[in-house]
Structure formats: structure tokens, C-alpha cells
Design a protein. Structure first.
Length: 127
């Protein structure tokens, strides 16, 4: 796996566009087939594969068609590694009520874990 942390945005776009094209071809699908199943135009698929700006919803539609929605699901998930992270997310403003459901699930999970681990481990996690 390539480390993208030192890459420029246009390099990341090129890499992802190449991966998208290879994924489509590995499934033996034409751009027209992907477009039809995604409910978008062939030009949109072509633009996506060539790195031209397209709406994010179109990226999601193509990911769904190619069975790759799981990778998008992890995108921008809150990083909750400690009890301090939970508190930070609890007190941060949430603009969309649907976002609060995901955060509440993470909080519940960490609280459940902290109730079964020794208190010394919980203290270590909260640092």
C-alpha cells in the first residue's frame, strides 16, 4: 500500500482515478455499463476516471456500483481512541443530528469496553 501522506493532492487524485479505472476493468465493465447502473452519464464516469471535477455524489454512486462503498464508509469517521476523544466529541458542536447517532454509538462502545477492562487500563486509555 502506498503512503499518501507526502503526496500532493493532484498525485492522490491521479492514483485514485487509476485505481477506479482498473477496478472497473477488472470487473469487465464498460464506462457505459457503470454509468447506467449508477444513474449518471458516461461523460461523468470518463471525467471521474480522468481526474476532472465531478460531484461527490457521483463518486459515491460509482463506488456503490463497483461494490466499494466500504472504503468510503471509513472516510472521515471520528477518531475515537481514548476517553478524552469521547469527551471532545461529546462537547463539540454537531450541526447534523444524524452525525450524533454515529458518535453516540462510539461513545457507547468505549463505555462498554471501559466497564470490562481494569481501571488501570481505562486510566491509560484516557490519557
Amino acid at each position: 500500500m502506498m503512503d499518501l501522506s507526502l503526496s500532493k493532492p493532484d498525485e492522490v487524485v491521479k492514483l485514485l482515478c487509476d485505481r477506479l479505472r482498473k477496478e472497473r476493468l477488472s470487473r469487465q465493465m464498460t464506462q457505459a455499463e457503470v454509468a447506467a447502473r449508477a444513474g449518471i452519464g458516461v461523460n461523468t464516469v470518463s471525467n471521474l476516471e480522468s481526474g476532472k471535477n465531478v460531484g461527490f455524489e457521483n463518486v459515491v454512486r460509482v463506488a456503490m456500483v463497483l461494490g466499494r462503498l466500504g472504503e468510503l464508509e471509513a472516510l472521515f469517521q471520528p477518531k475515537v481512541d481514548s476517553l478524552d476523544d469521547i469527551l471532545r466529541y461529546e462537547t463539540s458542536p454537531v450541526l447534523n443530528p444524524a452525525e450524533n447517532d454515529f458518535i453516540q454509538e462510539d461513545i457507547w462502545l468505549l463505555q462498554a469496553v471501559s466497564s470490562v477492562v481494569p481501571s488501570s487500563t481505562a486510566k491509560m486509555l484516557s490519557r
